[in-house]
Ligand binder design. Structure first.
Ligand code: FES
Length: 331
């Protein structure tokens, strides 16, 4: 995958608040032409402007609760949750007005429905509902068995709830934390959810890290085949407290540079004119793997096995970092 994928320019055709925290944006091609098609689970990468004049990219899943997919859509629909403590991408998206232009990459899908005979069990947490809403519509349109568990803090903050109730009826189970577990509320019982799955069920999970991690840990502890749970995280993992800058050396090219505390190795390399392979930018696809020659790796990806991580011979440069002050890669 090139470091410079094609882009297109769209305009914000319509904005609406789905709830106090979530804004719906309808995007149309700046020249009015049909847009590239997409399947359920696909996302757009959108270029956002951050404070200080920096630009970055954010992923937003495409929403189509009628069909789940479109071959040549007239518009794209996305929903953006405002993260007031975030790095500024959602604030930028929430400040957009109708008519504003945006640079995007065409839809890509790393979270597609797979071919399986059993029921698609869609597990949504918060704004993670967006790709799963399109999957639910696609399953309905294709006559495939589907059910959804949609968890959120309260019904008032759960976007697309009326649309999903109309689409899925009894196949939708809503878990609102503030309605469960008495006065203090309670999160979704992931163990009960997993224990309630039939052997042929295929899980698709999207939501905040605690939900995703609980489902993945529960699946592992039940010795489920890894491919039984497909998942998508909202975005690249944010910098962690204590992240430090470190020196990066490329053994083949001789490049030496400093990876800033809030920067990925991938972005550092692109910034220095390199053209590394990458795809998901979330540590999920494995495309950006690079051999490590020196230095200890702080592995943060979801593709390497525990033994591969322990061996420390390879790093996913989109997300993992150096534990020490220096890392030498075979590039
Ligand atoms: S780009 Fe997908 S794991 Fe790094």
């Amino acid at each position: 995958m090139s470091a410079c994928p094609p882009t297109l320019t769209v305009r914000v055709a319509h904005v609406a608040l789905l709830n106090p925290m979530v804004r719906l944006l309808v995007l149309r091609a700046a020249d009015g032409a049909p847009l590239p098609g997409f399947d359920a689970g696909a996302h757009l990468r959108i270029r956002v402007a951050l404070e200080g004049g920096r630009h970055d990219w954010r992923h937003y899943s495409l929403i189509d609760v009628a069909h789940g997919a479109q071959a040549a859509p007239a518009e794209y629909r996305i929903a953006v949750r405002l993260e007031t403590g975030g790095r500024g991408g959602s604030r930028f998206m929430h400040a957009l007005q109708e008519g504003d232009a945006l640079v995007i990459e065409p839809p890509r899908n790393e979270f597609a429905l797979s071919a399986h005979a059993g029921c698609a069990v869609l597990v949504a947490g918060g704004i993670g509902v967006t790709p799963l809403a399109s999957m639910a519509a696609a399953c309905r349109a294709q006559g495939r068995p589907v059910r959804m568990v949609y968890a959120g803090r309260s019904r008032a903050l759960m976007a697309l709830l009326p649309e999903l109730q109309a689409l899925l009826g009894d196949a939708l189970r809503v878990h609102a934390d503030d309605e469960a577990g008495g006065h203090a509320g309670a999160p979704l019982d992931v163990d009960a959810l997993l224990d309630g799955c039939a052997p042929g069920d295929q899980l698709y999970v999207c939501g905040p890290a605690p939900l995703l991690d609980a489902v993945l840990a529960g699946a592992r502890s039940r010795a489920w085949a890894p491919e039984r749970v497909r998942f998508e995280r909202f975005a690249a993992a944010p910098p962690q407290q204590g992240d430090q800058s470190f020196e990066l050396v490329l053994a083949q090219s001789g490049l030496r540079c400093t990876v800033a505390a809030d920067q990925s190795i991938l972005d550092c390399l692109i910034g220095h004119g390199c053209d590394p392979l990458f795809d998901c930018r979330r540590g999920e696809c494995g495309v950006c793997a690079v051999p490590v020659l020196e230095g200890e790796v702080d592995h943060r990806d979801h593709v390497l096995s525990a033994s591969e991580k322990a061996a420390g011979n390879v790093i996913q440069i989109c997300i993992s970092r150096a534990k020490g002050q220096r890392l030498v890669l075979d590039l």
